[in-house]
Design a protein around this ligand. Structure first.
Ligand code: SF4
Length: 467
């Protein structure tokens, strides 16, 4: 069983997809590292399964080029991405370490259209010298930006070295009962097995900064999203309607204004929707986001966290820490016992998981006991079971952007239900819902697993340019 850190679940990256953009990007970076010291004059990338079927809409082709050139998704200036990609296209060359080789994205990135039995998101890199293959590596993009290299074994990732190995909700309840602490405290003690508190706190603050920046930027940017679907950005006009035409220097000033904009149900509901839309519009435009636990669902957690930050009793950094710890642990359990990949489980694995995570984090902050926290996560997932992934044109836009608003609102409702509920009366428990989600994922037709072959994508096909 793998050791997973809070920062495996919350990763700073670039949109639009964690499994189709961030994962392939990381794989390309890893392949680039493996090429160090090897003589080569050609590189090919083969995309299989879901990566080939929705790869263009999810910018997989762009991600592998950026990775091969060595750009770091955490730090790259996202405004420069079109320039980097344009350079490769116009010169038909790519720079890998100190060599510049011929590279034609249309010839050297191959959309294979076949599904590998090992994993629906498989990609293979091949390097050649004088026509002879000198290196080939295959990776699986397993959701949430996680990758696995074919043939790799990770003995160092066993979680039994953690003070509190966690595989289930039952484990969490055992520890919290024994220690008489909240879930976040158990997660905190585990996290300190990975790094020191100073590092943890710095990274948590950075995650929250990126989330708020993303909302701020999304709420300042109008226009049409890229990709050919002509989707209008809605967060900026919505924010304007709520706050008027005032300008804000930074996210700090912007959020202070939101806090003063009213707390009636409709205003709060509009803001939660606006936060979620803003993040996922940024995600669709290849902006900087926090994968939480995936990119397609990256708006749910910031929307619920900022709901608490703006409209509840936010008491400072400790609240942030508790929210992120608790929610991340829920994401870890889904990752270990089910999936957070839409290519494996449809949208229940993305929006469903993020909603369950957000519901859990919020419930702990609202004073819920650990059993109520798990009850909130269970309720949120229960009402996403079976949710399919059918993005139109393979773009992470419709239904994805709006779906984040639904995930956020369901999380708040689930939390409220759990806070007034008695977990002993609940018919379904958290571990059962995790198992049910995974069973549903395995039974789900492939057309509804990020292939754009079913549902909305089938009935509203968008002719995307062949790459
Ligand atoms: S439909 Fe859901 S799972 Fe599929 S790409 Fe959109 S947000 Fe992700």
């Amino acid at each position: 069983m793998k050791r997973l850190s809070v920062f495996d679940i919350y990763k700073i990256g670039v949109g639009p997809s964690s499994s189709h953009t961030l994962g392939p990007w990381m794989a390309a970076l890893q392949f680039r590292n493996a090429l160090q010291g090897i003589s080569f004059d050609r590189v090919e990338v083969h995309l299989f399964g879901s990566l080939s079927m929705t790869g263009i809409g999810h910018a997989t082709d762009l991600a592998v080029q950026l990775g091969l050139e060595g750009h770091d998704p955490k730090k790259v200036d996202t405004n420069q991405i079109p320039f980097y990609i344009g350079q490769i296209k116009s010169t038909q060359r790519i720079r890998i370490h100190d060599r510049e080789i011929l590279f034609s994205p249309t010839r050297d990135i191959i959309f294979e259209r076949t599904i590998k039995p090992e994993h629906p998101n498989t990609l293979t890199f091949r390097a050649y010298e004088g026509g002879r293959e000198v290196l080939a590596e295959t990776y699986y993009s397993v959701g949430g930006g996680f990758i696995e290299k074919k043939g790799d074994i990770h003995p160092d990732l066993r979680q039994d070295e953690l003070p509190y190995p966690i595989d289930s909700g039952r484990d969490l309840i055992t520890y919290t009962d024994n220690e008489q602490v909240p879930i976040s405290e158990i997660v905190s003690r585990n996290e300190r097995a990975f790094r020191n508190q100073e590092d943890i706190d710095r990274s948590l603050r950075e995650i929250f900064r990126v989330m708020r920046d993303c909302i701020f930027h999304g709420c300042q940017t109008s226009g049409i999203l890229p990709g050919g679907l002509n989707v209008k950005r809605r967060a900026a006009p919505m924010a304007k309607q709520l706050l008027g035409n005032l300008e804000y220097a930074d996210h700090q000033a912007f959020f202070e204004a939101i806090k003063g904009s009213g707390r009636d149900f409709n205003t709060v509901n509009h803001w939660v929707n606006c936060f979620a839309l803003a993040v996922n519009e940024e995600n669709a435009a290849m902006g900087r986001i926090v994968t939480s636990p995936t990119n397609g669902a990256a708006g749910v957690i910031p929307a619920v966290l900022c709901y608490y930050y703006c409209f509840c009793d936010y008491r400072g950094f400790e609240d942030l820490r508790r929210f992120l710890y608790t929610s991340a642990e829920i994401g870890c359990i889904f990752k270990k016992k089910a999936t957070i990949s839409a290519a494996e489980g449809g949208c229940q694995a993305e929006i469903g998981v993020s909603s369950a995570m957000a519901a859990a984090g919020l419930t702990e902050l609202m004073g819920g006991r650990p059993r109520q926290v798990l009850m909130a996560a269970e309720i949120a997932m229960e009402h996403h079971l079976g949710l399919t992934c059918d993005p139109i044109g393979g773009l992470v836009q419709v239904p994805c952007i709006e779906r984040n608003t639904m995930g956020a609102m369901k999380a708040i409702t689930a939390s409220n239900l759990a806070l007034v509920g008695n977990p002993d009366d609940a018919v379904v428990n958290f571990d059962i819902v995790v198992k049910s989600m995974w069973d549903t994922a395995k039974d789900m037709n492939q057309s509804y697993k990020e292939t754009s072959l079913g549902g909305l994508a089938f009935n509203l096909p968008l002719a995307l340019p062949e790459c």
